[in-house]
Design a binder for this molecule. Structure first.
Ligand code: ZN
Length: 504
């Protein structure tokens, strides 16, 4: 009999880590970070966990053998400053991780996992995680690219002796999201990951739904984010409505239009690109967003994402970075008279910014990088001046509103324009606090605050319909704080409990 154990995603939004065992075969469905549990103890950026022991102390990762890097090895320190390595490495006991998508609440602890455990995902998810790591180093989330075993849509693979898995694309607010159909010896199990029916890739979710509807599914493990998050009162129903609303605001606005959305949501870039074309504004992407958009398809044998804007379709707003004042470079640059603007330099920049700037980089650190001519960048005081002088010409996409406004607002002046908020509204205390800070920045800038957003998650009505069509024998809700509401959906409800097992 197959067995499921829930190490996260129970009575919380995210943190999915679900162990499925059948005979000798063990797989995890996602290995995500729990924002709420980590948030109880840590605070970004002042207090962060820095190794696996820190996470074990707060009891947020499963205590099981054969899954973590270097487990079984201990280091003992000697008084003279030396150390010795003891123990023998554990054997691998987990056969695979099925990764639904790259959001941290599903992928955030993959960096702890031994690299010889294969990760099954879409090609786009593998690439997304690589790009995210170029942007933000995150030790707990950084998985080895070699661990990935990518699957096409509908492709089937055998895992261990007892399982076969099939992957499907689903629509979600990130590229490459997958659902999995798993056959054990005598049960059929589906894991939806996070999904929806109201974005541009609605057809992909429908294809998945129709494929599994033919299979007499025994167990449906599904997300239920919006069954508990009712506070998204201002959210629009579809991505198309986000386009329409943002168009209307950008048309009405005679000043700058700033749009604030998640860095991971690539479909929202497509929406903003459409808005830019429709309203005759030029699209400006912040450097993180630009990096994802330009590099997702770069050097891939097949296009991973369709209809993305190319480098001639937008400009890049490059966030300022400071050279250390004591550095020789700084002294040379500032006092040589070559460049009076201390922000407009390549030296001192790293990671994705350095890659974006490779064409202007005399050191030619990244010879394979996309060549971006200097005029595509809006950076330094001149770049900001251009945005503020001709605000009606631009629509600026930021994934960090306060940081962008901090850099953009001139001392003692206002910015003429609208600020469109395109993220989920705050649903806990911590988010409430940062949302208040954002509002203060918007007020300080003198911008008008507007809303145009739709959720990455399935709505109540769509979920009800989905369950009605798939007709699973039982439903296990995860990634929700309201499992009880699933009673209403007509299938037998199995409520998971944290760190407890369900025999199927
Ligand atoms: Zn997600």
């Amino acid at each position: 009999m197959p067995k499921l154990t829930f190490y996260g995603g129970v009575d919380e939004i995210g943190g999915n880590k679900i162990l499925l065992e059948e005979g000798n075969t063990k797989v995890f469905l996602d290995f995500g970070m729990s924002f709420s549990e980590e948030g109880k103890f840590f605070e970004f950026p002042l207090l962060r966990p820095t190794n696996i022991e820190d996470l074990r102390k707060i009891n947020v990762i499963p205590e099981i053998d054969g899954i973590y890097k270097n487990a079984g090895i201990t280091i003992s320190y000697e008084k003279n400053g030396g150390f010795a390595v003891n123990g023998t490495p554990e054997e691998r006991k987990i056969d695979a991780i099925l990764l639904s998508h790259g959001h941290l609440d599903h992928s955030g602890y993959l960096g702890l996992v031994r690299p010889d455990i294969p990760i099954y995902s879409s090609v786009a998810t593998k690439k997304f995680l690589k790009l995210r790591n170029d942007i933000n180093k995150n030790w707990a989330a950084e998985s080895s690219q070699e661990s990935f075993n990518t699957m096409q849509v509908s492709e089937t693979k055998q895992i261990g002796r007892d399982l076969t898995i099939q992957r499907f694309d689903v629509d979600h607010s990130i590229v490459g999201a997958s659902a999995f159909f798993i056959r054990t010896k005598n049960k059929k199990i589906v894991y939806t990951g996070d999904f929806r029916f109201h974005g541009y890739r609605k057809k992909e979710t429908e294809f998945f739904r129709d494929a599994i509807a033919k299979e007499n599914i025994d167990v449906l493990i599904t997300e239920g984010t919006r069954m508990s998050r009712t506070e998204e009162g201002r959210a629009l129903e579809t991505e198309e409505q986000v386009f329409e609303a943002a168009c209307e605001i950008a048309k009405r606005e005679k000043g700058l239009t700033i749009y604030d959305a998640s860095p991971a949501d690539i479909d929202r870039v497509k929406t903003l690109w459409r808005v830019a074309k429709e309203t005759g504004r030029e699209l400006v992407l912040d450097d993180k967003k630009a990096y994802f958009v330009l590099y997702l398809n770069h050097n891939e044998p097949e296009k991973l994402v369709d209809n993305l804007p190319g480098i001639n379709d937008f400009k890049i707003f490059l966030s300022r970075e400071k050279l250390k004042k004591t550095s020789k470079k700084f002294a040379e640059l500032v006092f040589s008279g070559i460049d009076p603007f201390v922000e407009t330099f390549v030296a001192g920049r790293n990671g994705h910014q350095r890659i974006l700037l490779s064409e202007l980089d005399p050191t030619e650190k990244y010879p394979d990088a996309i060549k971006i001519p200097g005029e595509r960048f809006l950076w330094g005081p001149l770049g900001r001046e251009e945005l503020l002088k001709n605000p009606e010409k631009y629509i600026l996409y930021t994934s960090n509103g306060p940081l962008t406004l901090l850099q953009l607002i001139p001392v003692g002046k206002k910015i003429k324009g609208s600020y469109i908020y395109g993220k989920a509204e705050p649903f806990d205390e911590e988010m409430e606090i940062s949302h208040d800070k954002l509002k203060n920045w918007i007020d300080l800038a003198g911008l008008k605050m507007e809303y145009a957003h739709t959720s990455g998650h399935v709505s109540y009505e769509d979920l009800k319909e989905f369950i009605k069509i798939v007709k699973p024998k039982c439903v296990i809700p995860v990634h929700t704080k309201n499992a009880a509401i699933f009673e209403k959906f007509g299938a037998k409800l199995l409520k998971p409990e944290l760190r407890k097992s369900l025999e199927l």
